[in-house]
Design a binder for this molecule. Structure first.
Ligand SMILES: Nc1ncnc2c1ncn2[C@@H]1O[C@H](COP(=O)(O)OP(=O)(O)OP(=O)(O)O)[C@@H](O)[C@H]1O
Ligand SMILES: *[C@@H]1O[C@H](CO)[C@@H](O)[C@H](O)[C@H]1NC(C)=O
Ligand SMILES: *[C@@H]1O[C@H](CO)[C@@H](O)[C@H](O)[C@H]1NC(C)=O
Ligand SMILES: *[C@@H]1O[C@H](CO)[C@@H](O)[C@H](O)[C@H]1NC(C)=O
Ligand SMILES: *[C@@H]1O[C@H](CO)[C@@H](O)[C@H](O)[C@H]1NC(C)=O
Ligand SMILES: *[C@@H]1O[C@H](CO)[C@@H](O)[C@H](O)[C@H]1NC(C)=O
Length: 421
Protein backbone atom coordinates (compact mmCIF):
# COMPACT_ATOMS: atom_id res chain seq x y z
CA UNK A 1 0.00 0.00 0.00
CA UNK A 2 2.84 2.33 0.84
CA UNK A 3 4.34 1.71 -2.56
CA UNK A 4 1.12 2.65 -4.16
CA UNK A 5 0.93 6.01 -2.44
CA UNK A 6 4.47 6.82 -3.43
CA UNK A 7 3.68 5.72 -6.92
CA UNK A 8 0.69 8.04 -7.07
CA UNK A 9 2.71 10.89 -5.65
CA UNK A 10 5.46 10.35 -8.21
CA UNK A 11 2.88 10.34 -10.96
CA UNK A 12 1.35 13.53 -9.63
CA UNK A 13 4.69 15.28 -9.61
CA UNK A 14 5.20 14.26 -13.21
CA UNK A 15 1.78 15.57 -14.07
CA UNK A 16 2.37 18.79 -12.20
CA UNK A 17 5.59 19.32 -14.14
CA UNK A 18 3.82 18.49 -17.33
CA UNK A 19 0.93 20.84 -16.63
CA UNK A 20 3.33 23.59 -15.62
CA UNK A 21 5.25 23.15 -18.82
CA UNK A 22 2.28 23.12 -21.11
CA UNK A 23 -0.56 25.03 -19.58
CA UNK A 24 1.13 27.72 -17.55
CA UNK A 25 0.78 30.16 -20.39
CA UNK A 26 -2.66 28.90 -21.35
CA UNK A 27 -3.30 27.78 -24.88
CA UNK A 28 -1.24 30.52 -26.51
CA UNK A 29 1.84 28.74 -25.22
CA UNK A 30 1.02 25.46 -26.87
CA UNK A 31 -0.02 27.24 -30.08
CA UNK A 32 3.39 28.80 -30.12
CA UNK A 33 5.04 25.43 -29.60
CA UNK A 34 3.20 23.97 -32.53
CA UNK A 35 3.45 26.95 -34.86
CA UNK A 36 5.34 24.88 -37.40
CA UNK A 37 2.21 22.80 -38.05
CA UNK A 38 -0.68 23.58 -40.38
CA UNK A 39 -3.76 25.21 -38.92
CA UNK A 40 -5.82 22.02 -39.19
CA UNK A 41 -3.11 19.99 -37.45
CA UNK A 42 -2.86 22.59 -34.70
CA UNK A 43 -6.59 22.39 -34.18
CA UNK A 44 -6.40 18.61 -33.78
CA UNK A 45 -3.47 18.87 -31.39
CA UNK A 46 -5.35 21.43 -29.27
CA UNK A 47 -8.38 19.16 -29.22
CA UNK A 48 -6.42 16.17 -27.90
CA UNK A 49 -4.46 18.39 -25.56
CA UNK A 50 -7.68 19.60 -23.93
CA UNK A 51 -8.92 16.03 -23.66
CA UNK A 52 -5.69 14.95 -21.97
CA UNK A 53 -5.68 17.88 -19.55
CA UNK A 54 -9.14 16.77 -18.47
CA UNK A 55 -7.74 13.33 -17.64
CA UNK A 56 -4.80 14.82 -15.76
CA UNK A 57 -7.15 17.01 -13.74
CA UNK A 58 -9.26 13.98 -12.91
CA UNK A 59 -6.13 12.15 -11.89
CA UNK A 60 -5.00 14.86 -9.50
CA UNK A 61 -8.58 15.28 -8.25
CA UNK A 62 -9.01 11.64 -7.23
CA UNK A 63 -5.74 11.36 -5.37
CA UNK A 64 -7.61 10.27 -2.21
CA UNK A 65 -9.51 7.63 -4.09
CA UNK A 66 -6.35 6.12 -5.44
CA UNK A 67 -5.08 5.62 -1.91
CA UNK A 68 -8.36 4.13 -0.69
CA UNK A 69 -8.36 1.78 -3.64
CA UNK A 70 -4.79 0.80 -2.87
CA UNK A 71 -5.63 -0.41 0.60
CA UNK A 72 -8.46 -2.47 -0.83
CA UNK A 73 -5.98 -4.12 -3.18
CA UNK A 74 -3.83 -5.26 -0.33
CA UNK A 75 -6.72 -7.40 0.81
CA UNK A 76 -6.80 -9.03 -2.60
CA UNK A 77 -3.11 -9.80 -2.32
CA UNK A 78 -2.39 -7.43 -5.15
CA UNK A 79 1.23 -6.84 -5.96
CA UNK A 80 2.41 -3.39 -4.97
CA UNK A 81 3.54 -1.63 -8.13
CA UNK A 82 7.15 -0.83 -8.58
CA UNK A 83 8.00 2.73 -9.43
CA UNK A 84 9.84 2.49 -12.68
CA UNK A 85 11.37 5.49 -14.40
CA UNK A 86 13.44 6.29 -17.49
CA UNK A 87 16.51 5.10 -15.64
CA UNK A 88 15.13 1.58 -15.41
CA UNK A 89 14.61 1.67 -19.15
CA UNK A 90 18.29 2.20 -19.81
CA UNK A 91 19.13 -0.98 -17.87
CA UNK A 92 16.60 -3.14 -19.67
CA UNK A 93 17.89 -6.23 -21.44
CA UNK A 94 16.54 -9.00 -23.66
CA UNK A 95 14.30 -6.65 -25.60
CA UNK A 96 11.93 -8.60 -27.79
CA UNK A 97 9.01 -7.51 -29.97
CA UNK A 98 5.69 -8.92 -28.83
CA UNK A 99 2.96 -7.12 -30.67
CA UNK A 100 1.75 -4.05 -32.44
CA UNK A 101 -1.57 -2.54 -33.35
CA UNK A 102 -2.94 0.50 -35.14
CA UNK A 103 -1.15 3.02 -32.91
CA UNK A 104 1.23 1.31 -30.54
CA UNK A 105 4.01 -1.20 -30.43
CA UNK A 106 4.79 -3.44 -27.46
CA UNK A 107 8.19 -4.85 -26.58
CA UNK A 108 9.11 -7.25 -23.80
CA UNK A 109 12.11 -6.39 -21.68
CA UNK A 110 13.87 -7.61 -18.56
CA UNK A 111 14.67 -5.38 -15.61
CA UNK A 112 17.87 -5.50 -13.58
CA UNK A 113 16.06 -7.59 -10.96
CA UNK A 114 15.28 -10.21 -13.60
CA UNK A 115 11.61 -9.40 -13.84
CA UNK A 116 10.11 -9.06 -17.32
CA UNK A 117 7.73 -6.25 -18.20
CA UNK A 118 6.02 -4.86 -21.30
CA UNK A 119 7.06 -1.53 -22.83
CA UNK A 120 4.44 0.26 -24.86
CA UNK A 121 5.29 3.15 -27.16
CA UNK A 122 4.08 4.80 -30.35
CA UNK A 123 4.40 2.66 -33.47
CA UNK A 124 6.21 5.10 -35.77
CA UNK A 125 5.46 2.96 -38.82
CA UNK A 126 1.97 1.95 -37.71
CA UNK A 127 -1.20 2.56 -39.66
CA UNK A 128 -2.32 5.37 -37.39
CA UNK A 129 0.71 7.47 -38.27
CA UNK A 130 0.64 6.31 -41.90
CA UNK A 131 -2.97 7.46 -42.33
CA UNK A 132 -2.24 10.74 -40.60
CA UNK A 133 0.79 11.31 -42.83
CA UNK A 134 -1.35 10.80 -45.92
CA UNK A 135 -3.65 13.53 -44.65
CA UNK A 136 -1.14 16.02 -43.29
CA UNK A 137 2.33 14.99 -44.46
CA UNK A 138 3.62 16.19 -41.09
CA UNK A 139 5.51 13.46 -39.22
CA UNK A 140 6.14 15.32 -35.99
CA UNK A 141 2.53 16.50 -35.83
CA UNK A 142 1.26 12.99 -36.49
CA UNK A 143 3.59 11.55 -33.87
CA UNK A 144 2.32 14.14 -31.38
CA UNK A 145 -1.31 13.22 -32.13
CA UNK A 146 -0.61 9.52 -31.65
CA UNK A 147 1.35 10.22 -28.48
CA UNK A 148 -1.72 11.87 -26.94
CA UNK A 149 -3.50 8.50 -27.22
CA UNK A 150 -0.76 6.77 -25.26
CA UNK A 151 -0.70 9.58 -22.69
CA UNK A 152 -4.44 9.27 -22.25
CA UNK A 153 -4.03 5.53 -21.79
CA UNK A 154 -1.35 6.06 -19.14
CA UNK A 155 -3.52 8.57 -17.31
CA UNK A 156 -6.50 6.24 -17.43
CA UNK A 157 -4.42 3.35 -16.13
CA UNK A 158 -3.55 5.48 -13.12
CA UNK A 159 -7.14 6.50 -12.49
CA UNK A 160 -8.60 3.01 -12.82
CA UNK A 161 -7.58 0.21 -10.49
CA UNK A 162 -8.93 -3.26 -10.91
CA UNK A 163 -7.43 -6.76 -11.19
CA UNK A 164 -8.95 -6.86 -14.69
CA UNK A 165 -6.94 -3.87 -15.89
CA UNK A 166 -3.27 -4.16 -16.76
CA UNK A 167 -1.07 -2.60 -14.12
CA UNK A 168 1.11 0.37 -14.94
CA UNK A 169 4.56 -0.01 -13.35
CA UNK A 170 5.93 3.31 -14.52
CA UNK A 171 6.42 5.68 -17.38
CA UNK A 172 9.18 7.53 -19.16
CA UNK A 173 8.95 10.86 -20.91
CA UNK A 174 11.85 12.03 -23.02
CA UNK A 175 11.86 15.47 -24.58
CA UNK A 176 13.97 15.37 -27.70
CA UNK A 177 12.64 18.81 -28.69
CA UNK A 178 10.19 21.08 -26.85
CA UNK A 179 7.21 19.82 -28.81
CA UNK A 180 8.48 16.29 -29.37
CA UNK A 181 7.88 13.92 -26.50
CA UNK A 182 8.75 10.24 -26.58
CA UNK A 183 6.56 8.37 -24.15
CA UNK A 184 7.04 4.82 -22.92
CA UNK A 185 4.58 3.05 -20.67
CA UNK A 186 6.02 0.31 -18.49
CA UNK A 187 3.39 -2.34 -17.93
CA UNK A 188 2.78 -5.67 -16.34
CA UNK A 189 3.63 -8.33 -18.91
CA UNK A 190 0.88 -10.52 -20.28
CA UNK A 191 0.44 -13.00 -23.07
CA UNK A 192 -2.04 -12.55 -25.90
CA UNK A 193 -5.46 -14.09 -25.49
CA UNK A 194 -5.61 -16.98 -27.94
CA UNK A 195 -9.29 -17.68 -28.49
CA UNK A 196 -8.61 -20.86 -30.50
CA UNK A 197 -6.52 -22.27 -27.65
CA UNK A 198 -9.10 -21.23 -25.09
CA UNK A 199 -11.79 -23.12 -26.99
CA UNK A 200 -9.85 -26.31 -26.29
CA UNK A 201 -9.55 -25.81 -22.56
CA UNK A 202 -11.93 -27.30 -19.99
CA UNK A 203 -15.18 -25.42 -19.38
CA UNK A 204 -14.07 -24.30 -15.92
CA UNK A 205 -11.17 -22.33 -17.45
CA UNK A 206 -13.38 -20.73 -20.09
CA UNK A 207 -15.93 -19.81 -17.46
CA UNK A 208 -13.16 -18.15 -15.45
CA UNK A 209 -12.34 -15.80 -18.33
CA UNK A 210 -16.01 -14.80 -18.67
CA UNK A 211 -16.37 -14.39 -14.91
CA UNK A 212 -13.33 -12.12 -14.78
CA UNK A 213 -14.66 -10.14 -17.72
CA UNK A 214 -18.04 -9.44 -16.11
CA UNK A 215 -16.32 -8.32 -12.93
CA UNK A 216 -14.22 -5.91 -14.98
CA UNK A 217 -17.33 -4.62 -16.73
CA UNK A 218 -19.04 -4.04 -13.39
CA UNK A 219 -16.08 -1.95 -12.28
CA UNK A 220 -16.08 0.01 -15.55
CA UNK A 221 -19.81 0.73 -15.22
CA UNK A 222 -19.20 2.22 -11.76
CA UNK A 223 -15.70 3.65 -12.17
CA UNK A 224 -14.38 6.86 -10.56
CA UNK A 225 -14.87 8.50 -13.98
CA UNK A 226 -18.44 7.28 -14.41
CA UNK A 227 -19.57 4.55 -16.75
CA UNK A 228 -16.79 3.72 -19.20
CA UNK A 229 -17.24 2.03 -22.58
CA UNK A 230 -14.46 0.16 -24.33
CA UNK A 231 -15.14 1.39 -27.86
CA UNK A 232 -12.73 -1.04 -29.47
CA UNK A 233 -13.75 -4.21 -27.64
CA UNK A 234 -12.07 -7.26 -29.08
CA UNK A 235 -10.15 -10.22 -27.70
CA UNK A 236 -6.89 -8.66 -28.93
CA UNK A 237 -7.31 -5.79 -26.47
CA UNK A 238 -6.94 -8.33 -23.66
CA UNK A 239 -4.01 -10.35 -22.33
CA UNK A 240 -3.61 -13.08 -19.74
CA UNK A 241 -1.43 -12.52 -16.70
CA UNK A 242 -0.99 -15.69 -14.61
CA UNK A 243 -4.09 -17.05 -16.29
CA UNK A 244 -6.19 -13.99 -15.43
CA UNK A 245 -7.86 -11.76 -18.00
CA UNK A 246 -6.71 -8.13 -18.17
CA UNK A 247 -7.53 -5.36 -20.59
CA UNK A 248 -4.39 -3.70 -21.93
CA UNK A 249 -5.62 -1.31 -24.61
CA UNK A 250 -7.68 1.47 -23.06
CA UNK A 251 -6.88 4.42 -25.33
CA UNK A 252 -10.22 3.86 -27.04
CA UNK A 253 -12.20 4.07 -23.82
CA UNK A 254 -15.03 6.57 -23.65
CA UNK A 255 -15.64 8.08 -20.23
CA UNK A 256 -18.84 9.83 -21.25
CA UNK A 257 -22.24 8.57 -22.34
CA UNK A 258 -23.01 9.69 -25.93
CA UNK A 259 -24.80 13.04 -26.34
CA UNK A 260 -28.29 13.14 -27.82
CA UNK A 261 -31.33 15.26 -28.64
CA UNK A 262 -33.79 12.41 -29.01
CA UNK A 263 -34.02 8.64 -28.49
CA UNK A 264 -33.19 7.99 -32.13
CA UNK A 265 -29.70 9.45 -31.55
CA UNK A 266 -29.05 6.73 -28.98
CA UNK A 267 -29.45 3.65 -31.16
CA UNK A 268 -26.67 1.22 -30.32
CA UNK A 269 -25.67 -0.39 -33.59
CA UNK A 270 -23.72 -3.64 -34.00
CA UNK A 271 -23.16 -5.56 -37.24
CA UNK A 272 -25.95 -7.99 -36.42
CA UNK A 273 -28.18 -6.11 -33.95
CA UNK A 274 -29.37 -2.71 -32.85
CA UNK A 275 -30.61 -1.72 -29.41
CA UNK A 276 -32.62 1.28 -28.31
CA UNK A 277 -31.38 3.45 -25.50
CA UNK A 278 -33.36 6.41 -24.22
CA UNK A 279 -32.12 9.98 -24.33
CA UNK A 280 -32.20 11.54 -20.88
CA UNK A 281 -33.30 15.09 -20.11
CA UNK A 282 -29.68 16.08 -19.68
CA UNK A 283 -29.06 15.10 -23.31
CA UNK A 284 -27.12 11.89 -22.70
CA UNK A 285 -27.83 8.32 -23.73
CA UNK A 286 -27.82 7.01 -20.19
CA UNK A 287 -26.75 3.40 -19.81
CA UNK A 288 -25.42 3.26 -23.34
CA UNK A 289 -21.82 2.53 -22.32
CA UNK A 290 -22.80 -0.34 -20.03
CA UNK A 291 -25.06 -1.89 -22.68
CA UNK A 292 -22.40 -1.59 -25.34
CA UNK A 293 -19.80 -3.37 -23.18
CA UNK A 294 -22.23 -6.09 -22.21
CA UNK A 295 -23.31 -6.88 -25.74
CA UNK A 296 -19.68 -6.92 -26.87
CA UNK A 297 -18.87 -9.32 -24.04
CA UNK A 298 -21.72 -11.51 -25.25
CA UNK A 299 -20.73 -11.50 -28.91
CA UNK A 300 -16.93 -11.78 -28.54
CA UNK A 301 -16.64 -13.91 -25.39
CA UNK A 302 -19.79 -15.59 -24.06
CA UNK A 303 -20.98 -17.06 -27.37
CA UNK A 304 -17.63 -18.80 -27.85
CA UNK A 305 -16.65 -19.69 -24.32
CA UNK A 306 -19.70 -20.16 -22.15
CA UNK A 307 -22.22 -22.75 -23.39
CA UNK A 308 -19.88 -25.20 -25.14
CA UNK A 309 -19.35 -28.45 -23.15
CA UNK A 310 -20.77 -26.93 -19.97
CA UNK A 311 -21.82 -29.28 -17.14
CA UNK A 312 -25.42 -30.32 -17.87
CA UNK A 313 -26.67 -29.09 -14.49
CA UNK A 314 -25.55 -25.57 -15.37
CA UNK A 315 -26.89 -25.45 -18.89
CA UNK A 316 -30.32 -23.95 -18.07
CA UNK A 317 -28.70 -21.14 -16.07
CA UNK A 318 -26.15 -20.50 -18.81
CA UNK A 319 -28.84 -20.44 -21.47
CA UNK A 320 -30.59 -17.73 -19.43
CA UNK A 321 -27.38 -15.72 -19.17
CA UNK A 322 -26.81 -16.05 -22.91
CA UNK A 323 -30.32 -14.87 -23.65
CA UNK A 324 -30.36 -12.01 -21.14
CA UNK A 325 -27.00 -10.61 -22.22
CA UNK A 326 -27.60 -11.33 -25.91
CA UNK A 327 -30.75 -9.24 -25.71
CA UNK A 328 -29.20 -6.83 -23.15
CA UNK A 329 -32.31 -7.33 -20.99
CA UNK A 330 -30.26 -7.07 -17.81
CA UNK A 331 -27.51 -4.70 -16.72
CA UNK A 332 -24.05 -5.63 -15.53
CA UNK A 333 -25.00 -5.90 -11.83
CA UNK A 334 -27.60 -8.56 -12.55
CA UNK A 335 -25.20 -10.27 -14.94
CA UNK A 336 -22.61 -10.54 -12.16
CA UNK A 337 -25.31 -11.99 -9.87
CA UNK A 338 -26.25 -14.58 -12.48
CA UNK A 339 -22.60 -15.59 -12.91
CA UNK A 340 -22.23 -15.82 -9.15
CA UNK A 341 -25.14 -18.22 -9.02
CA UNK A 342 -23.50 -20.44 -11.65
CA UNK A 343 -20.19 -20.32 -9.79
CA UNK A 344 -21.77 -21.27 -6.47
CA UNK A 345 -23.68 -24.15 -7.96
CA UNK A 346 -20.52 -25.34 -9.69
CA UNK A 347 -18.52 -25.13 -6.48
CA UNK A 348 -21.22 -26.99 -4.58
CA UNK A 349 -20.61 -30.01 -6.78
CA UNK A 350 -23.93 -29.85 -8.63
CA UNK A 351 -25.42 -32.74 -6.66
CA UNK A 352 -22.93 -35.28 -7.93
CA UNK A 353 -22.41 -36.81 -4.54
CA UNK A 354 -24.05 -40.20 -5.11
CA UNK A 355 -21.70 -42.23 -2.97
CA UNK A 356 -22.93 -45.55 -4.42
CA UNK A 357 -20.78 -44.77 -7.49
CA UNK A 358 -17.79 -45.55 -5.34
CA UNK A 359 -18.90 -49.06 -4.33
CA UNK A 360 -17.05 -50.82 -7.16
CA UNK A 361 -13.68 -49.25 -6.36
CA UNK A 362 -10.83 -50.15 -4.02
CA UNK A 363 -9.01 -47.26 -2.44
CA UNK A 364 -5.20 -47.35 -2.47
CA UNK A 365 -3.46 -44.51 -0.67
CA UNK A 366 -0.04 -42.94 -1.16
CA UNK A 367 0.25 -43.19 -4.95
CA UNK A 368 1.70 -40.44 -7.07
CA UNK A 369 0.23 -39.25 -10.35
CA UNK A 370 2.19 -40.32 -13.39
CA UNK A 371 1.48 -38.25 -16.48
CA UNK A 372 2.75 -40.88 -18.84
CA UNK A 373 0.60 -43.59 -17.29
CA UNK A 374 -2.34 -42.30 -19.25
CA UNK A 375 -3.44 -45.01 -21.61
CA UNK A 376 -6.82 -43.34 -21.65
CA UNK A 377 -7.47 -39.90 -23.11
CA UNK A 378 -10.44 -37.63 -22.78
CA UNK A 379 -11.40 -34.21 -24.09
CA UNK A 380 -11.21 -31.50 -22.94
CA UNK A 381 -8.48 -32.54 -20.53
CA UNK A 382 -6.07 -30.35 -18.54
CA UNK A 383 -3.19 -32.27 -20.18
CA UNK A 384 -2.74 -33.72 -23.63
CA UNK A 385 -1.38 -37.12 -22.69
CA UNK A 386 -4.17 -38.48 -20.59
CA UNK A 387 -7.41 -37.55 -18.93
CA UNK A 388 -6.88 -34.91 -16.26
CA UNK A 389 -10.14 -33.43 -15.05
CA UNK A 390 -11.38 -31.30 -12.19
CA UNK A 391 -13.97 -32.96 -9.99
CA UNK A 392 -15.78 -32.00 -6.85
CA UNK A 393 -15.46 -35.36 -5.13
CA UNK A 394 -14.27 -38.93 -5.56
CA UNK A 395 -17.91 -39.82 -6.23
CA UNK A 396 -18.00 -37.49 -9.23
CA UNK A 397 -14.81 -39.06 -10.58
CA UNK A 398 -16.34 -42.51 -10.08
CA UNK A 399 -19.48 -41.45 -11.92
CA UNK A 400 -17.34 -40.23 -14.83
CA UNK A 401 -15.25 -43.41 -14.85
CA UNK A 402 -18.31 -45.67 -14.71
CA UNK A 403 -19.56 -44.02 -17.88
CA UNK A 404 -16.33 -44.80 -19.81
CA UNK A 405 -15.54 -48.43 -20.70
CA UNK A 406 -11.80 -47.60 -21.08
CA UNK A 407 -11.63 -46.19 -17.56
CA UNK A 408 -10.57 -48.77 -14.97
CA UNK A 409 -9.22 -46.62 -12.20
CA UNK A 410 -8.55 -43.02 -11.35
CA UNK A 411 -6.09 -41.05 -9.22
CA UNK A 412 -7.12 -38.14 -7.03
CA UNK A 413 -4.31 -35.57 -6.73
CA UNK A 414 -3.86 -32.67 -4.34
CA UNK A 415 -3.94 -30.08 -7.12
CA UNK A 416 -6.83 -27.64 -7.01
CA UNK A 417 -8.39 -25.47 -9.71
CA UNK A 418 -9.37 -21.83 -9.24
CA UNK A 419 -12.82 -22.82 -7.98
CA UNK A 420 -11.26 -25.08 -5.36
CA UNK A 421 -12.20 -28.34 -7.08
N1 LIG B 1 1.01 -5.75 -21.24
C1 LIG B 1 1.12 -6.47 -22.36
N2 LIG B 1 1.71 -7.68 -22.33
C2 LIG B 1 1.83 -8.43 -23.45
N3 LIG B 1 1.39 -8.06 -24.65
C3 LIG B 1 0.78 -6.87 -24.76
C4 LIG B 1 0.62 -6.01 -23.63
N4 LIG B 1 -0.02 -4.90 -24.04
C5 LIG B 1 -0.25 -5.05 -25.36
N5 LIG B 1 0.24 -6.23 -25.80
C6 LIG B 1 0.19 -6.72 -27.19
O1 LIG B 1 0.53 -5.67 -28.07
C7 LIG B 1 -0.49 -5.44 -29.03
C8 LIG B 1 -0.62 -3.95 -29.30
O2 LIG B 1 -0.97 -3.23 -28.14
P1 LIG B 1 -2.24 -2.26 -28.12
O3 LIG B 1 -3.48 -3.06 -28.35
O4 LIG B 1 -2.21 -1.42 -26.91
O5 LIG B 1 -1.92 -1.34 -29.38
P2 LIG B 1 -2.93 -0.57 -30.34
O6 LIG B 1 -2.11 0.10 -31.35
O7 LIG B 1 -3.87 0.25 -29.53
O8 LIG B 1 -3.71 -1.80 -30.96
P3 LIG B 1 -5.16 -1.83 -31.67
O9 LIG B 1 -4.91 -1.66 -33.13
O10 LIG B 1 -5.61 -3.22 -31.33
O11 LIG B 1 -6.00 -0.78 -31.05
C9 LIG B 1 -1.75 -6.07 -28.42
O12 LIG B 1 -2.60 -6.58 -29.41
C10 LIG B 1 -1.23 -7.15 -27.50
O13 LIG B 1 -1.18 -8.40 -28.18
C1 LIG C 1 -36.23 1.40 -31.53
O1 LIG C 1 -36.29 2.71 -32.04
C2 LIG C 1 -36.70 2.79 -33.37
C3 LIG C 1 -36.55 4.24 -33.84
O2 LIG C 1 -36.65 5.14 -32.79
C4 LIG C 1 -38.15 2.29 -33.48
O3 LIG C 1 -38.56 2.32 -34.82
C5 LIG C 1 -38.19 0.84 -32.97
O4 LIG C 1 -39.52 0.36 -32.94
C6 LIG C 1 -37.61 0.74 -31.56
N1 LIG C 1 -37.51 -0.66 -31.18
C7 LIG C 1 -37.89 -1.12 -30.02
C8 LIG C 1 -37.70 -2.59 -29.79
O5 LIG C 1 -38.38 -0.42 -29.15
C1 LIG D 1 -33.85 -15.11 -26.30
O1 LIG D 1 -35.04 -15.90 -26.17
C2 LIG D 1 -36.09 -15.52 -27.06
C3 LIG D 1 -37.32 -16.35 -26.70
O2 LIG D 1 -37.00 -17.71 -26.63
C4 LIG D 1 -35.64 -15.71 -28.51
O3 LIG D 1 -36.64 -15.30 -29.39
C5 LIG D 1 -34.38 -14.88 -28.74
O4 LIG D 1 -33.89 -15.09 -30.04
C6 LIG D 1 -33.30 -15.22 -27.72
N1 LIG D 1 -32.19 -14.31 -27.91
C7 LIG D 1 -30.92 -14.67 -27.87
C8 LIG D 1 -29.91 -13.60 -28.10
O5 LIG D 1 -30.56 -15.81 -27.65
C1 LIG E 1 -24.53 -1.72 -9.30
O1 LIG E 1 -23.71 -2.03 -8.20
C2 LIG E 1 -22.90 -0.96 -7.75
C3 LIG E 1 -22.04 -1.47 -6.61
O2 LIG E 1 -21.31 -2.57 -7.01
C4 LIG E 1 -23.76 0.20 -7.31
O3 LIG E 1 -22.94 1.29 -6.91
C5 LIG E 1 -24.66 0.62 -8.46
O4 LIG E 1 -25.53 1.64 -8.06
C6 LIG E 1 -25.47 -0.57 -8.98
N1 LIG E 1 -26.17 -0.16 -10.18
C7 LIG E 1 -27.45 -0.43 -10.38
C8 LIG E 1 -28.03 0.06 -11.67
O5 LIG E 1 -28.12 -1.03 -9.58
C1 LIG F 1 -29.37 -30.16 -5.66
O1 LIG F 1 -29.91 -30.71 -4.47
C2 LIG F 1 -30.60 -29.77 -3.66
C3 LIG F 1 -31.02 -30.44 -2.38
O2 LIG F 1 -30.88 -31.83 -2.45
C4 LIG F 1 -31.81 -29.23 -4.45
O3 LIG F 1 -32.50 -28.28 -3.70
C5 LIG F 1 -31.30 -28.60 -5.75
O4 LIG F 1 -32.39 -28.17 -6.53
C6 LIG F 1 -30.47 -29.58 -6.55
N1 LIG F 1 -29.88 -28.86 -7.69
C7 LIG F 1 -29.84 -29.38 -8.91
C8 LIG F 1 -29.20 -28.54 -9.96
O5 LIG F 1 -30.27 -30.47 -9.19
C1 LIG G 1 5.43 -43.52 -15.32
O1 LIG G 1 4.91 -44.61 -16.03
C2 LIG G 1 5.77 -45.12 -17.06
C3 LIG G 1 5.03 -46.16 -17.86
O2 LIG G 1 4.12 -46.88 -17.07
C4 LIG G 1 7.07 -45.63 -16.42
O3 LIG G 1 7.97 -46.10 -17.41
C5 LIG G 1 7.72 -44.48 -15.65
O4 LIG G 1 8.87 -44.94 -14.98
C6 LIG G 1 6.75 -43.88 -14.66
N1 LIG G 1 7.33 -42.68 -14.07
C7 LIG G 1 7.39 -42.43 -12.77
C8 LIG G 1 7.99 -41.15 -12.33
O5 LIG G 1 6.93 -43.23 -11.97
Amino acid sequence: MKGHIIFSAAALILIALYLKFFISGGCSNISFLYSQHSQQMRREIMERHKDLVFFYQTLSGIKENVIVEASRYKEMDYEVPQILTCKDLTYMTELEFIGSGFTKVVVKGTLLNGKSIALKSIHGKGNDIKQCLQQYGDYSGCHRLATYKLQKEIALLQILHHPGIIQLHGQCYVNSAPSDIRVTAMLELGSPLEMIQLLQTPWEERFKICWELVQLLRYLANSPMGSIALLDFQPRQFVLVDGSLKVTDVDDASTEEPMCNQDADCMLTFPDRTFNVTCSESGRCMGSNEKRNLYNAYRFFFTYLLPHAAPPALQPLLADIMNMTGEVYIGINKTVKAFEEVLNLYKSGMNHSQAQNLHDYNVLRGFRMNDTDGNFRCWPSYNHKGCLLSVHSAAEAAEFCNGRPQCRNFVISQQRTWTGK
